[in-house]
Structure formats: structure tokens, C-alpha cells
Design a protein around this ligand. Structure first.
Ligand SMILES: Cc1cc2nc3c(=O)[nH]c(=O)nc-3n(C[C@H](O)[C@H](O)[C@H](O)COP(=O)(O)OP(=O)(O)OC[C@H]3O[C@@H](n4cnc5c(N)ncnc54)[C@H](O)[C@@H]3O)c2cc1C
Length: 470
């Protein structure tokens, strides 16, 4: 007999498992279906294991620069196997944490491949055979996977996706990173710090192209100073695995084709949504470029069917997926009559983005160029870390904070940062933006001293010609 639920969540990434927890908190009888690992890409193959790797690289970097701090660290070396082992251990710990959270919240976990089998029905094929589950509502949270180069699919040996790059069998000596979005740049930073010779190729005219242009050019200079080769406005036209590595042909900015040999290549050119073979077509679910269309409450065009996270529109970030999970669960509970559920619509302009390269970058809202394109008359503030006492004390003077305000209303349109710990600081501006604070509110806020966060205050003051320490 089919098991009956209020809600079935298909996929247990940060979107799906958070949706399931919130639904259970609101009293819904909830099931989650997962074919691989509870926690999805984020905990097992994405955000968390990469941060564990980057942490090792960061410590290695500081050990290599011990002298700058009056210390000596003799004969330091990196053991890649041990670094990867630590990262996999961290992923496992969090995967077990999600297993515990499912139990604690009495969420039924069905391991297996799930497929929508008509309105309100999910068929699950697992190790123990096939079962059909029914529910009043279904959330699709099947996420996404790495996009391959059409002419050079990843082989896991020489041509890697992020999964291979996270569990390398050997240390790359000469690494080609194709794509300079967050994933490409984080791996470039990790392997560069670990001692590889790294080349980054970016098709667009600047690296981290979704960020503010000032951040892109600052980061490019910094990465080059660290020894990386950066080719922008360049495309990989041929990539072939050989017995000893990969050979690549790269068309550079000037139109010339440059041939090069590398030991390994990481392809980080974007993602493909997991929307095939899950029964979307039969239900007539609308998609755009493969990603499911949703309204700000995560409803699809099919009644009772919702979608969240990477399988929907960008930004493809874990915190966006989780936030949508909460919104969808609350909207469903409200539809089922729960008076304590008060869903709020998703507001994409207040979703921060962070890249944990070295130096880190973080941003929220519009870039200066996008704000101008949108017709705003802007006031821009820019404050360098070299003007901040804590940054100097930490030996972290490389970085800046930039703010973009609407000159008419004082609304913070965007904030952009590069430097140490900025991924921890961006939330200050995100809270302010969400609460629709204006320049006066940021100016009147007291920032603790000494902290790097004082640069956030100065960047606001700077937009109005009032910066104090420069
Ligand atoms: C290397 C890397 C680093 C990243 N770093 C960050 C970061 O620092 N910060 C950040 O915000 N984001 C980061 N991301 C992005 C982040 O991982 C994703 O945005 C997030 O995981 C999306 O969550 P999701 O719930 O939509 O889907 P996913 O996490 O992809 O989970 C989907 C789940 O659904 C399951 N599934 C799919 N189809 C089926 C099916 N038919 N039946 C059953 N189960 C199914 C999958 O097995 C998977 O477990 C990173 C991604 C990568 C690859």
C-alpha cells in the first residue's frame, strides 16, 4: 500500500532537508527521498568539504609566512592525502548530523531514486525494490551537477569536475582551471596555496564576473602576485587527456591559439539542473534553460508541486536553497490550514554571495555598473584595509570594502568586499539591506574596535565624503 504524507521532499540537499525540518516543525507528516547522501552536494561535495580543504591551505600559507609574524616554522610540508582525509571526515560528520536531524524531527527517509509518478505521487526505486509514496504536496529539490565541456567530458583521472578535484589521487603539478566563478577560483586558490602551478582561463573579460568590476581586478592582481597565470577573454578550444596529463589549446584575447601541457584540468564552467527523468514533462512543469520556474513562494505552475534550490533559478547557493526550503514549507503549511505559518516571498536582491579564495570575496546586491545600468544616481564609497588598525595588526592589509548607495533615497543598493574574513562580515550589510536601512542607519551604528568590520563603517562614510581614517 502507498505510504501517505502531507509533504514529500525529493532531494535532501540544503534545500530539501531544511524544507523537511521546517515542515515537520509545523506539524506536517513529512518524507524525504534521497538517492545518494543525506545533505546533498553542499555537505558532501560542495560548500563544506571545500572549506575544509581551503582551511588546510590557509594554515599552510600562514605557516609558510611564519617569519612575517616573528615566528619560525622549520621544514613544513603538506600531506595532500591527510588534507583530503580531513575534508572527507568533516563531510561525513555533517552527513551524520543531517541523519540525526531527520530522526529527531520524525521525518521518514526513503533512500532511492525518486520520480514524480503523477499528481501527488512519487515512485522510489531503492535497494529494497520499488515503492510508491503519496502526498498532498511535493517539493522538488533535486539540485544540480557539474557541467562538462562538450568536447572533453571529465574522466576523473586528468580532467576533473569538482568531485574529482575534492578527492584527488595525486597532487597536480601544473593545473589548468577552466572557469573563474566561485568554484573554479576556490580550487585555483587551494591548489596554488598547496604548491601547484595554476593557470585560470575565463571566457569573459574578467574573473569572478558576477562580482563588482573593482573586486575582479583587485582579485586578479592578487592571484597573479601569488603566482597564478590568469587568462581572461580566452576560451579552451581543445582539451585532451594524454598518458601524462592534458594538452590544451586556448584561444587568447588577441585571437591567437596557444597550446599548453598541464598535469590536470578542472572544468568549472557551471552546473546542469537535475531535471531529467524525474517526471516533470508528464506533469507539464514549466522550465527555463532546464531550471524549474517558480514564483517567490516556490510554487511551480502545477498545483501542489513546489521547487527550491539549484533546480530552480539562480543564484545557485546553499543558503538560497535553504531559505527557499523554509518559505516553501511555510507556504504549504499555510495552504493546509496552519495559522502559525507566515511565509515571506523570496527577495533575490538580498542574497549574499561568498567566495572563499585567498583573499576572500563577498557581496550583496547590485554592482556599481548594474546600479548605474538600472538608472540609479549612485554614491559610491570605497575603503581599503590598509586604513584599518586590526587589518594591519593581523598582517592582512590586502583588501577593500565598497558600498553603492542610491543618491536620492540613501538605500544601500550593493556592498562588495575583498580581503580577510569578508565572508563573515557581509552579513552586516545583508541584515541592513533586508531591513531596508539607509545610509544614516549604517553611519549611526557603532562598530567594535579593533575589528576589520570598521572598514564597513568607513566605506559608508566614504560614500558621503566623510571617511575618517583615510
Ligand atoms: C565545489 C562546490 C562548492 C560550493 N560552495 C558553496 C559555498 O561555499 N556556498 C554556497 O552557498 N554554495 C556553494 N555551493 C553550491 C551549493 O552546494 C548548492 O547551491 C546547494 O547544494 C544546492 O542545494 P540543493 O538542495 O538545491 O541541491 P543539492 O545540494 O544538489 O542536493 C540535491 C539532492 O537531491 C538528490 N537527488 C537528485 N535527484 C534525485 C532523485 N531523482 N531521487 C532522489 N534524490 C535525488 C541528490 O542526490 C542530492 O543529494 C558549492 C557547490 C560546489 C559544487
Amino acid at each position: 500500500m502507498a505510504e501517505n504524507y502531507d509533504l514529500i521532499v525529493l532531494g535532501s540537499g540544503p534545500g530539501g532537508y531544511v524544507a523537511a525540518i521546517r515542515a515537520a516543525q509545523l506539524g506536517l507528516k513529512t518524507a524525504i527521498v534521497e538517492r545518494e547522501n543525506l545533505g546533498g552536494i553542499c555537505l558532501n561535495w560542495g560548500c563544506i568539504p571545500t572549506k575544509a580543504l581551503l582551511r588546510s591551505a590557509e594554515i599552510f600559507h600562514y605557516m609558510s609566512h611564519a617569519k612575517d609574524y616573528g615566528l619560525a616554522a622549520a621544514s613544513i610540508s603538506a600531506d595532500l592525502d591527510a588534507v583530503v582525509k580531513r575534508s572527507r571526515g568533516v563531510a561525513k560528520q555533517l552527513n551524520q548530523g543531517v541523519t540525526h536531524l531527520m530522526k529527531k524531527n520524525k521525518i521518514a527517509v526513503h533512500m532511492g531514486d525518486g520520480k514524480l509518478a503523477g499528481a501527488g505521487k512519487v515512485e522510489v526505486k531503492g535497494d529494497k525494490g520499488s515503492e510508491t509514496l503519496t502526498a498532498r504536496h511535493i517539493i522538488v529539490a533535486t539540485g544540480a551537477r557539474a557541467r562538462d565541456l562538450p568536447f572533453a567530458p571529465a574522466d576523473g583521472k586528468r580532467i576533473w569536475t569538482y568531485r574529482h578535484a575534492m578527492t584527488p589521487a595525486e597532487m597536480p603539478k601544473k593545473l589548468l582551471v577552466i572557469g573563474s566563478g566561485a568554484i573554479g577560483i576556490e580550487f585555483a586558490s587551494f591548489y596554488n596555496d598547496m604548491g601547484a602551478e595554476v593557470t585560470v582561463v575565463e571566457m569573459l573579460d574578467r574573473i569572478v564576473p558576477v562580482e563588482d568590476a573593482d573586486v575582479s581586478s583587485f582579485l586578479e592582481k592578487s592571484l597573479k602576485k601569488q603566482g597564478m597565470t590568469i587568462l581572461t577573454g580566452a576560451g579552451v578550444e581543445e582539451l585532451k587527456a594524454t598518458a601524462s596529463g592534458v594538452s590544451a589549446k586556448i584561444k587568447t584575447k588577441d585571437g591567437k591559439v596557444q597550446a599548453g601541457d598541464y598535469s590536470h584540468a578542472i572544468v568549472a564552467i557551471g552546473i546542469v539542473p537535475n531535471t531529467e527523468n524525474i517526471g516533470l514533462e508528464a506533469l507539464g512543469v514549466k522550465t527555463t534553460k532546464g531550471h524549474i520556474d517558480t514564483d517567490p513562494y516556490c510554487r511551480t505552475n502545477v498545483k501542489g508541486l513546489w521547487a527550491i534550490g539549484d533546480v530552480t533559478a539562480p543564484p545557485w547557493l546553499a543558503h538560497k536553497a535553504s531559505h527557499e526550503g523554509v518559505i516553501a514549507a511555510e507556504a504549504i503549511a499555510k495552504e493546509l490550514g496552519n495559522k502559525d505559518a507566515h511565509p515571506h516571498p523570496m527577495d533575490a536582491k538580498n542574497i549574499p554571495g561568498c567566495t572563499y579564495c585567498h583573499p576572500q570575496i563577498a557581496s550583496v546586491g547590485l554592482t556599481e555598473a548594474k546600479a548605474r545600468e538600472a538608472g540609479y544616481d549612485v554614491k559610491v564609497g570605497n575603503f581599503p584595509f590598509i586604513g584599518n588598525g586590526k587589518a594591519i595588526a593581523l598582517g592582512e592589509v590586502e583588501g577593500f570594502v565598497k558600498t553603492v548607495f542610491d543618491a536620492k533615497t540613501g538605500e544601500l543598493l550593493g556592498a562588495h568586499m575583498v580581503g580577510a574574513e569578508v565572508t563573515e562580515m557581509i552579513q552586516g550589510y545583508t541584515v541592513g539591506k533586508t531591513a531596508e536601512l539607509v545610509e544614516q542607519d549604517f553611519m549611526h551604528t557603532v562598530y567594535p574596535h579593533p575589528t576589520i568590520s570598521e572598514t564597513m563603517h568607513e566605506a559608508v562614510l566614504g560614500a558621503y565624503g566623510r571617511a575618517l581614517h583615510i
